[in-house]
Design a protein around this ligand. Structure first.
Ligand code: SF4
Ligand code: FES
Length: 260
């Protein structure tokens, strides 16, 4: 069988930051893998997984990373590629300068190599109740309809795949900060827009008015530039600033919380 190396004669050079466990020290390892037209970062990683040998010919352990859908939907494969947080499944080798440097997203605790623990983001989604509570014990029939204009921008917000790229890009999300970050904030706007979700609107707004909420946003706008789904995160944050201001007045004047 003819291999890709024999076909193209080209190789791809990578430098990967390795870390054996959550508390381990880091080191860089170089790899050289056969080039195939159209290959993505994950296909290079898969080759290394099957042939864990460095560019210097030293045997090493297979590199670890997360992946699932392989089509930029699940958000699991995020890593820092040539200094930029992005999806390794949709990043094509041909678009990258070599050597390609792969590092884990440091906003999240590293589990091993390029694999990180994104629990911080999922815990933030729980804190803001980023869901529509429904009683699923009987047939509820069709859901409520949204006006078309609202549906269009709500659909954009619903594309969030909790990849964590906006969290990595944000200078205010770190292990030293309690800031919940742009993605969970934007989900507050999404679920407060839904006619059924709006029943918990006050609770969500209260959750982001306290510690780690909206006030921790430094308006760097890095998030919106980094989001691979083009989600208008800064528009969501501006909208939430208005909503929380209204909520603050309601709280102050003791208004009925269910009045919109
Ligand atoms: S808002 Fe965008 S960058 Fe942030 S987690 Fe969702 S999809 Fe990823
Ligand atoms: S593997 Fe799902 S987004 Fe890359």
């Amino acid at each position: 069988m003819t291999t890709a190396v024999e076909t193209t004669g080209r190789t791809v050079k990578l430098e990967i930051q390795r870390q054996d466990n959550a508390n381990g020290s880091t080191r860089w390892e170089k790899f050289e893998v056969p080039y195939r037209p159209g290959m993505n970062v994950i296909s290079a990683l898969m080759f290394i997984q099957q042939n864990p040998v460095t560019a210097e010919g030293q045997k090493t352990s297979p590199v670890t990373w997360d992946m699932n859908c392989l089509e930029e939907v699940c958000g699991a494969c995020s890593m820092v590629i040539n200094g930029r947080p992005r999806q390794s499944c949709s990043t094509l080798i041909d678009q990258l300068e070599q050597p390609i440097r792969l590092e884990p997203m440091r906003t999240f605790p590293v589990v091993r190599d390029l694999q990180v623990d994104r629990s911080r983001m999922f815990n933030a989604l729980k804190k803001v109740k980023a869901w529509v509570p429904i009683d699923g014990s009987y047939d509820l029939g069709e859901g409520p309809r949204l006006p078309e204009r609202k549906r269009q921008w709500a659909y954009e917000l619903s594309k969030c795949m909790t990849c964590g790229v906006c969290m990595e890009a944000c200078p205010n999300v770190s292990e030293k900060s309690s800031f919940i970050g742009p993605a969970p904030l934007s989900q507050v706007r999404l679920f407060n827009t839904h006619p059924t979700g709006a029943m918990n609107k006050d609770e969500r707004l209260e959750a982001i008015m306290g510690d780690g909420g909206l006030a921790n946003c430094g308006n760097s706008q890095n998030c919106v530039a980094a989001c691979p789904k083009g989600i208008p995160l800064t528009t969501s944050i501006a909208s939430l600033n208005r909503s929380t201001t209204v909520q603050m007045f309601r709280n102050f004047f003791g208004s009925d919380h269910m009045v919109d």
